[in-house]
Write a protein that binds this ligand. Sequence first.
Ligand code: PAF
Length: 283
Amino acid sequence: MKIATTIAEVRAQVAAWKKEGLRIGLVPTMGYLHEGHASLVDEAVRQCDRVVASVFVNPTQFSPNEDLDAYPRDFSRDCTLLESHGCHLVFHPEVEEMYLPGAATYVEILSEMPKQLCGKTRPIHFRGVCTVVSKLFNIVTPDKAFFGQKDAQQLAILRQMVRDLSYGIQLVGCPIVREEDGLAKSSRNTYLNAEERQAALVLSQAVFLGQKMVEEGERDTAKIVAAMTDHIAAQPLARIDYVSAVDGITMEPVSSIQGTVLVAMAVYIGKTRLIDNFIVEDV
Ligand code: PAF
């Protein structure tokens, strides 16, 4: 596995691969990788000939009050995981390589979509995500890019961006990977102490509760959201940011399960903000 720190190195390697007619897969990450990321690399290896993973903690998607400095980093451990899953090239740039002095251009979706769900408390987050992913697409020019369904709003927004900006790139959404007890894998789980780790189970429990209600025929999203909210609120260490049911494509709130519905939540456990969700395809 090769490691590149400059855009020029990535471009040269990708150009050589494209000359051989190889299909390129991109797995964008912020590092501190876990089995969720590994599953994206596995899928990319299955679907593409060469896999590029980026490891870059992107400053433009963090507000000043968020955890940019504290965000966990362990590049050598990341490389071990990526190599063992068959990644061919890691792009690990410095901030200055990605954002030149005076950089002033952003990619932003000007609909309500990035203002829903996480956008309500993270107003600049998706502008930063779209900007950095757009840059990675321009640098790597992949055939396919792989993202986790845990960040469902991010994936929906990136699909809109790819459509609007005519990127000829296929986005592949991969299922949420969970710990044995249900907690969705996240780099931020590392912030949790033992008591909080236990308390964090309310998120996946709420997901399973909501899924069960849907399976049993409940179609009223207000009832589903209320039951999930009550379950989480009973945990003293949990503080709800949101529990919402929205259209799976536009992210607009919906009152009944019809078409593709995303039921998503963000919950603080102590100081750590965690997200989880499930998608219902009602055909
Ligand atoms: O999902 C993430 O880890 C990040 O938002 C991404 C897509 C790598 C952009 O920085």
